[in-house]
Design a protein around this ligand. Sequence first.
Ligand SMILES: [Mn+2]
Length: 448
Amino acid sequence: MELSEEFAGAQFGDQRLYERCIQVAQRVGSDPTLSFPRIAEDWGWLKGAYRFFSNPRVTREKILEPHVEHTVRRCMKAPVVLAVQDTTTITYSHHLHTEGLGPVDSTPGGGLGMIVHTVLAVDGANRQPFGVLHQEVIIRHGRFPKTETYQQRLGRKRESQKWINGLWGVKRVLPAHPKILHICDREADIYLFIKEILAANEGFVIRGGRNHSTEFSSVINELSTAAVRGAVQIHVPRNGTRPGRNATVEIQSCSVRMQAPKVVGHRGEQVPVNVVRVKEPNPPPGQAALHWILLTSEPVDTLEECLTSIRYYQARWLIEDFHKGLKSGCNIEERQLSERQALENALGLFTVIAAHLLYLRSLSAVPLGQPIECGFSNIQIKILQAKFPKEKVTMEPNTIIRLIARMGGFIGRKSDGNPGWLTIMRGISDLLLIEQGVFLAPAVVGKG
Ligand SMILES: [Mn+2]
């Protein structure tokens, strides 16, 4: 995956706009944390970049299109594609005068911004991120009165429609893929969404968020007598001040028929859903027991099958990381652009950059010996070899990314795990700078 390739062929109906897009993407992609003024070559470049983002012919969809097409191509090679959907809010606290933004939190006088719902494609076999398949921007128009009736609520456009839009957005670009599973957190535990996924002939792993009524009783009741498939150790990652730990959990599963909820007037047929419960019977003293439920279309009759669905669900952290990449990696909330359309176009550009960084970072976790395209030039590899003469720099993506991260300050001991966003970005930015130096050197010091 090479960054400029991900923009190649964007259609703005104007060759100059296209060239500007590639220029801006390359320049910004070399260090996405920097502000536009800091990264500009000169005043003319900066003006050109601002004009590009605010040009009415430029839209987020058009910027994303080539990247989505590449993502589709990568997906077609994978037998199972995980379509990971999730939402983030982008708050522009410095943009009080920008027209067209909406409230993003529930406190009156809170920030203005946009709600961004993205579908990230991930390889079901190894959780390699392929890129973005769909993205929707939602602008809230004020808050709805608490007194509105259920019928009023049904009658208006609701934000939860984003899950169904994500489903059909994926279907539209990947109509022929044999196996797509939608991976969502508990906000998406919605009867109508699950029903729609099955109607679209696709599958899902969704975290359970409510105790649905079932044919015989309820999900929780049916689980209480469900078969125990086994016990396994799982690693619970560090979260804030809570340290990481290993937990022994029990895995139960069953198949139920979910009833249409009261909110759709109990109309609608029952929907078949498989349920996996992960529960920690003996948590360490003072710690809450792990307990979560997954709803899935996948088989859950054996321990191995349950673990497969759990592994699919674990691909969800990638989209959390993608959101972090947009915010702390690309500083999307600090971008100084005065119109909503321009902010949205910048979001399109940074969406591709963040997806690309996510991909690059995932290479550091690819086991050695596994061939994968990594998109680094010969010169870049030679620079790494010169910089780290003691290391054997092979074309293994794992080695390359770890060395790049070391240029960015990653120590790289075994206990350091995989490098993070910032170190990889700093490393890539340094590598690109050195590469430029290599090209300029003959003019400066002469050849030989
Ligand atoms: Mn979410």
